[in-house]
Design a protein around this ligand. Structure first.
Ligand code: SF4
Length: 311
């Protein structure tokens, strides 16, 4: 199903029986019903809008990435680093026109790009907002920064609107996806999603200052004790996409208070674990890998979402 040219009316209709993501809830969000992500209505809940300096260097640069952190989430991982906004009703409720205004505020502040964080469940509102913003002259590269648990038919709505995809590729093993994210067939959906993202963006393009203009960066967060699953993810990436996309190996997993019931997750990743995975990635022939420095593995790296005023 190709919905790229849908009218706004057709786009809103998708929320009447929401199957935007692989959760496939089928609820009428326009009538106030909540599915797994708990987003309702035509409105959007936004937790934070700000320049952000801790993305990959080609995205943050020195000016910062213009982030919009959306509240709620279609994943809700038990170890989520942004748990307060993925599971609680933190954030301000705004409409599409206000979202467009925020896009332009971030552009005025000198953002290198527009970075839509945890956007999946608001894809309808985002498509409408981007269409309106681009008609009004928005020229920033648009980054779609997501969990990887996406439906290809929904991603096709973004074709021509998004310049850079920044998906997680969290798990290979189904049991891990079920245990930590309750996400059935995560790997199958994520691999189809990344394939579609690469199809849309083509191989990465940078400007003369090293800023990314278009392309796909696949992120993987190493979890404590899950080195073997991470190696399988790296192996998959190397085999299928290493010449078409960049890979970002993330080490900043921070155990927060809500993982206490998962004792195996209640520690940081060791330097030895991270080094072994990085070595493996190099053995697999990955040349385009973003590596995180140790100081990123800190709770202070996680922005606060309490009492935020939107731009
Ligand atoms: S976007 Fe939300 S309501 Fe729609 S299918 Fe996904 S989890 Fe369910």
């Amino acid at each position: 199903m190709k919905l790229q040219k849908s009218t706004e009316e057709e786009l809103w209709a998708l929320l009447k029986e929401c199957r935007i993501c692989p959760r496939n809830c089928g609820v009428d969000r326009l009538a106030g019903k909540q599915g797994f992500c708990r987003a309702i209505g035509k409105e959007i809940q936004v937790a934070r809008t700000a320049l952000h300096f801790w993305e990959e260097p080609c995205l943050s640069g020195t000016a910062g990435s213009g982030t919009v952190f959306f509240s709620h989430c279609n994943m809700q991982c038990v170890f989520c680093q942004n748990y307060e906004i993925s599971t609680q009703d933190i954030g301000q409720t705004i409409d599409v026109d206000r979202l467009v205004e925020i896009f332009f505020r971030l552009e005025e502040q000198g953002a290198l790009n527009l970075n839509l964080v945890t956007p999946t469940h608001y894809i309808v509102q985002i498509v409408i907002a981007l269409q309106r913003a681009k008609q009004q002259g928005l020229s920033l590269p648009v980054v779609y920064n997501c969990s990887g648990y996406e439906s290809v038919s929904s991603l096709q709505l973004l074709d021509g609107l998004v310049d850079i995809y920044l998906p997680d590729f969290k798990y290979y093993e189904e049991q891990l996806a079920l245990k930590y994210s309750h996400a059935k067939h995560y790997f199958t959906y994520a691999k189809q999603a990344v394939q579609e993202m690469i199809r849309q963006t083509g191989i990465p393009v940078f400007d003369s200052d090293g800023r990314m203009l278009s392309g796909t960066i696949v992120r993987h967060l190493l979890l404590p004790g899950q080195l073997e699953d991470s190696k399988t993810v790296v192996h998959w990436f190397a085999k299928h996409w290493k010449d078409q996309a960049y890979f970002s190996l993330m080490s900043q997993y921070t155990p927060l208070s809500w993982v206490e019931s998962y004792p195996e997750l209640n520690r940081k990743v060791t330097q030895e674990e991270y080094d072994e995975l990085l070595e493996y990635a190099l053995q697999m022939g990955l040349e385009h890998v973003f590596v995180q420095e140790g100081e990123a593995a800190s709770e202070s790296f996680i922005p606060s979402f309490q009492n935020q005023t939107l731009l």
